[in-house]
Design a protein around this ligand. Structure first.
Ligand code: AMP
Length: 217
């Protein structure tokens, strides 16, 4: 089973992606996580991506498409994967269709998590991430037990560089201009399932399970 997770920044894609991949045994492919890791390690990919990410802009299509092409060809993806944060433009979606065709597979369905703009800004400005294990917290809704430390490994939490208010607004603009058109793209293929992301994490996940179940039948 191959799934795409769509939604604006702050919709909870990362959190739900972890739940979904664990529940259905899918490889979780987050282009944002791969790019952040490349930036930290100062690889050629990271050096190229850094300035775009800091400004809340999209990294050029060819860079992310190559990255996804290599990753989905890996053996572990043969039994199913979940794409989180990719595609983000219609051009990426078209490339993805070609990549999957070459790998004799396809997208089974697309989960689109919907959240209002006010809620997104509130969520992102209070988001914190563990510097080691990447676990995400929210100071308003899901705070760590110890202020500023990860519950799992005790590492200091940090705010992502692109979670400043100014960059968030740019990321939203980029989302509505470049990524939102994907909703119509996947609606046309009959693969789109809308999920209300405005509820608690467990409730949203229960709705996702229901949608997956309906798609499998
Ligand atoms: P995310 O963690 O998915 O919010 O991604 C963080 C940042 O990585 C984005 O704001 C973009 O700069 C970059 N990025 C991640 N995925 C893509 C993609 N599919 N296309 C272009 N840029 C991306």
């Amino acid at each position: 089973m191959n799934i795409i997770l769509l939604g604006p920044p702050g919709a909870g894609k990362g959190t739900q992606a972890k739940n979904i991949s664990a529940r259905y045994n899918l490889v979780h492919i987050s282009t944002g996580d791969i790019l952040r890791c490349a930036v930290v390690n100062k690889t050629a990919l990271g050096v190229r991506a850094k300035s775009y990410m800091e400004a809340g802009e999209l990294v050029p299509d060819d860079v992310v498409v190559d990255l996804v092409r290599e990753r989905v060809a890996d053996l572990d993806c043969k039994s199913g994967f979940l794409l989180d944060g990719f595609p983000r433009t219609v051009a990426q979606a078209v490339e993805l269709d070609a990549i999957l065709k070459a790998n004799e597979t396809e997208v089974d369905f697309v989960l689109n998590i919907e959240v209002s703009q006010d809620e997104i800004v509130k969520r992102l400005t209070s988001r914190r991430v563990c510097g080691d294990c990447n676990r995400t917290y929210n100071l308003l809704f899901e705070p760590p037990r110890d202020e500023d430390k990860c519950n799992e490994c005790g590492t200091a939490l940090y705010r992502r560089d692109d979670d400043s208010e100014e960059t968030i607004l740019n990321r939203m603009k980029v989302y509505y201009q470049q990524t939102a058109p994907l909703i119509a793209y996947y609606q046309r293929s009959g693969k789109l399932k809308n999920i209300d992301g405005g509820h608690a994490i467990d409730e949203v996940f229960a709705d996702i399970e229901e949608a997956v179940c309906a798609c499998q039948n």
